[in-house]
Design a protein around this ligand. Structure first.
Ligand code: 6CS
Ligand code: FE
Length: 304
């Protein structure tokens, strides 16, 4: 097991997943994907758990019903048209169109989204996958309006959450719940199946206050073309489509991205990141300082 001692003040700690050094370095995954025992009860079937371990993702055709979708869509529309919130740093604005692109910390801003996070269909799955109590590391609504909303380039979320938010291990799972139809044309989520089993440590140090740029266009933590080509050749690329109300659960270390959306049809979703309370954030592993709490939570109170 290759580990890199990280010196902070006068203590030394082990960094299982070195990244943002002088060059790219690949480290085999040293954590399970599914942390619960096979027999542990929960909303996720054993077959789905095996799929998640193998591929790094699992899909649910209808996590929430049509009337719930309508409720959350209305809440999303309310949030993105609130001028106070638009001016808040938790809102990310599309560079070109000046539309709202994302609003962070929706589980704190909106009682409705807080309820969705607590819902057994959501938090129950996260607890079962992570084999422990869980807390929300990050939540956001992504509006991805039509007519030109930009996508997200290839990346591993864990690479950022490890480097900049200080999550020590891969015991974190995300769920993207579609609030509009995800066609194969309007900038859907793409994942390289199985890519979660290797950690790609990226080259290049983290600039100070990196989040001010990275939430619009990521730079630090971006894999090289060579690495992406080798991963795509080895794993392929899967595009996720689905009706509003469908959901994709994916491991924190999947290599994923999404394209621009130039169609007239928005691709809106609510994105919730659950972290195990056994994997609470510590000091960043490769950044001068931690990101603000609305992006990487420091309140580890379990979801109940
Ligand atoms: O940096 C982050 O935490 C966010 N950025 C992306 C592109 N995906 C994960 C997360 O929402
Ligand atoms: Fe991401």
């Amino acid at each position: 097991m290759t580990t890199t001692p990280v010196r902070t003040e006068n203590t030394e700690r082990t960094d299982l997943y070195p990244t943002r050094g002088p060059r790219e370095v690949i480290t085999p995954r040293q954590d399970p994907v599914v942390w619960s025992a096979p027999g542990d009860a929960g909303p996720v079937s054993p077959a789905d758990l095996r799929g998640l371990e193998r591929d790094g993702f699992l899909t649910v055709d209808e996590l929430i019903g049509p009337d719930e979708v309508a409720l959350y869509r209305a809440e999303l529309d309310r949030l993105i048209s609130d001028p106070k919130l638009r001016a808040d740093e938790r809102s990310v604005i599309e560079p070109k169109s000046q539309d709202v692109r994302s609003v962070f910390e929706v589980h704190r801003i909106s009682e409705l989204f807080a309820g969705l996070v607590r819902d057994e269909r959501v938090a129950g799955r996260a607890r079962q996958i992570l084999g422990s109590e869980v807390y929300v590391h990050q939540s956001r609504i992504n509006v991805k309006p039509g007519f030109g909303a930009s996508g997200f380039y290839w990346h591993s979320d864990f690479e950022t959450w490890h480097a900049e938010d200080g999550l020590p291990r891969m015991r974190t799972v995300s769920v993207s719940i579609a609030l509009t139809e995800n066609y194969d044309t309007n900038g859907g989520l793409m994942i390289m199946p199985g890519s979660h089993r290797s950690f790609l440590g990226c080259a290049g140090e983290t600039p100070r206050d990196n989040y001010k740029r990275s939430l619009k266009m990521q730079d630090a933590g971006t894999p090289s073309h060579g690495a992406l080509t080798r991963m795509a050749d080895r794993h392929g690329i899967r595009l996720f489509t689905g009706r509003a109300g469908s959901a994709t659960w994916f491991d924190c270390n999947c290599m994923h991205g999404s394209g621009d959306n130039i169609t007239p049809y928005p691709r809106s979703n609510v994105f919730i990141v659950f972290n195990s309370v056994e994997n609470a954030a510590v000091e960043p592993f490769a950044a001068p300082s931690p990101r603000p709490e609305f992006i990487g939570a420091r309140d580890f109170t379990p979801v109940r």
